[in-house]
Design a binder for this molecule. Structure first.
Ligand code: DON
Length: 303
């Protein structure tokens, strides 16, 4: 553990020394305004101890990382029925791409690209009011992290609602293929709010315990679903950058356009990293570098 503390400290020092941050997401005005020169890392070990560096108590917008929690909730609610509406293959396209949707008759490739996440949230709604589905996701996230102080930032949700033309196009296209049960705007409103959940890296690392199979993790996901969600994170968690992430880090991970990363080292650790500047895939620039340094220094890898 003392060694891990040293490793994490030196990763943070390296990130600040390189002074190379990338640019925050520009298409969501509330995120574009975030100072890119920020970094946090938290590692939760098998015994439940969390080791951090940078600013691990600063809440950030988890964005697409929420797709993991929505998937866990939807699998719990509708089970395998979900797979008739969304696939399990990497898309090789960007997170907000529309191109495959027409070719593949409105069935998104996987639950982590936006189209697939919108379908997943639609399935989770099950005809309920959005606030009930959102309460379910938020409740799950709080339970998984063991922290009640996790909230939705309404200004971020509103910011995306105003500018989210691409997601609206995806939702209406899905509806035209009868792959949305609810009105597109209802599903989208739920999706934008789930993306606007804010967490700290400490909370996110704790929330990953169930997926990493660590001791003391709340039993909210079956072992079967743990394996499947990790497989999807490995193959699809970074969109068209998933191969590159697997190559560099060798662990299942999920990125968010707020600059967050959730990384699972099965049976060993759950890792959360945040730095808001992005690479050209829309994943955290410094965060991905930090993840690469961590897996190299610790030898954590599924390979
Ligand atoms: O739907 C969107 O575009 C955002 N709410 C989430 C996208 C995202 O986080 C992509 N990840 N890198």
């Amino acid at each position: 553990e003392a060694m891990l503390e040293e490793i994490i400290k030196s990763i943070a020092a390296d990130v600040f020394q390189q002074n190379d941050w990338g640019e925050p997401a520009q298409y969501i005005p509330e995120l574009a305004a975030v100072d890119p020169q920020q970094f946090a890392i938290s590692v939760c070990l098998a015994d439940g101890k969390v080791i951090s560096a940078g600013s691990p108590t600063k809440p950030f917008s988890i964005q697409s990382i929420s797709k993991v929690f929505a998937l866990v909730a939807a699998l719990g609610r509708v089970g395998n029925q979900l797979w008739s509406r969304v696939g399990r293959e990497p898309s090789g396209t960007s997170f907000d791409s529309v191109v495959l949707l027409e070719r593949e008759n409105g069935r998104p490739r996987n639950p982590f690209i936006n189209a697939g996440a919108i379908v997943t949230t639609d399935a989770l709604l099950c005809g309920r009011q959005p606030k009930l589905a959102l309460a379910e996701i938020l409740g799950l996230v709080r339970q998984m992290s063991g922290s009640d102080s996790i909230y939705i930032n309404d200004a971020v949700a509103a910011s995306e609602q105003k500018t989210g033309s691409r997601n609206k196009a995806l939702a209406y296209y899905l509806k035209s293929h009868e792959n949305l049960s609810n009105e597109p705007d209802l599903t989208l409103g739920t999706y934008f709010h789930q993306c606007a959940i804010e967490m700290t890296t400490e909370q996110l690392a704790m929330a990953g315990r169930s997926l990493a199979g660590l001791d003391g993790a709340p039993k909210v996901i079956s072992q079967k679903h743990v394996r499947r969600v990790n497989a999807l994170m490995m193959t699809c968690g970074h969109y068209n950058g998933s191969g590159d992430f697997a190559f560099r880090v060798g662990l299942p991970g999920k990125s968010g356009v707020g600059g967050g990363l959730l990384i699972i080292a099965p049976n060993v650790a759950s890792v959360a990293i945040w730095s808001p500047g992005l690479n050209h895939y829309g994943n955290s620039y410094a965060g991905t570098r930090a993840a690469e340094m961590l897996s190299r220094a610790t030898n954590w890898s599924v390979f």
